[in-house]
Design a protein around this ligand. Structure first.
Ligand SMILES: *Cc1c(COP(=O)(O)O)cnc(C)c1O
Length: 223
């Protein structure tokens, strides 16, 4: 079932879009099944879980962290081998902590800055205004061990497709302003991570370069 789902979704994505298979709350066996079907990039949202699963998969598996990251878990997360991208940097303070801890262990880590555009208090991240100001102030210049690869965001959790589309459009247009106007000298700032199982087709239409799909690949999660 996992292989079938994966082939269907991967086959429907336009060229150049990275599929992150979100395996949180699913056992390593399920991840292995997806790996055997050809998937190499997996997303996890809890430090403990990624720490436990990563060693069980082959060395060419790429791990992305997509969940809320607590500052006291940063050091542990950075020690996960094959951790290739942190999507969920939601504050300058967290970014500084990741940078410091990565420098300490001699690692360079790619990250995305999380944008809050959804109409929900529960979601975290920079507002569009905050992130654009942050870029204008060139706060990235002092980073030593962190490379900002782009932005990540979530749409409002709603059935209103127009609202979802508007949220994705805000994320993409913030990215476009940064790369075209505010900080055109940023290197390899090329990722727009948005879209989940129920809304990734809209995200792609609105300019996602990376989608994070869990349920449609692995089935419902049991928490
Ligand atoms: C769980 C999660 C996903 C995947 O959600 P599905 O609805 O299962 O596809 C994507 N992004 C983030 C940040 C998540 O926490």
């Amino acid at each position: 079932m996992i292989a079938g789902n994966l082939h269907k979704i991967a086959g429907s994505l336009p060229q150049g879009i990275t599929l992150v298979a979100v395996s949180k709350f699913h056992p390593a066996d399920a991840v292995s099944e997806a790996y055997d079907a050809g998937q190499r990039v997996f997303g996890e949202s809890r430090v403990q879980e990624i720490t436990a699963k990563a060693p069980l998969l082959p060395a060419d598996t790429e791990w992305h962290f997509i969940g809320h990251l607590q500052t006291n878990k940063v050091a542990q997360l950075l020690r996960v081998s094959n951790l290739s991208l942190i999507h969920s940097i939601d504050s300058d303070r967290l970014l500084r902590m990741v940078d410091r801890e990565a420098a300490k262990i001699g690692k360079t880590i790619d990250v995305l800055l999380e944008l809050h555009v959804a109409d929900e208090e529960t979601k975290s991240g920079f507002t569009v205004t905050e992130l654009e100001q942050w870029m204008r102030d060139r706060r990235f210049e002092t980073l030593q061990a962190t490379h900002i690869r782009g932005v990540m965001g979530m749409a409002t959790n709603t059935d209103d497709a127009a609202r979802i589309r508007a949220d994705f459009r805000s994320i993409r247009s913030c990215y476009d302003r940064i790369i075209h106007e505010i900080a055109p000298d940023l290197r390899r700032f090329d990722v727009v991570s948005m879209g989940m199982s129920h809304d990734y087709p809209i995200a792609i239409e609105e300019g996602a370069t990376m989608v994070r799909v869990g349920t449609s690949i692995f089935g419902e999660r049991t928490y």
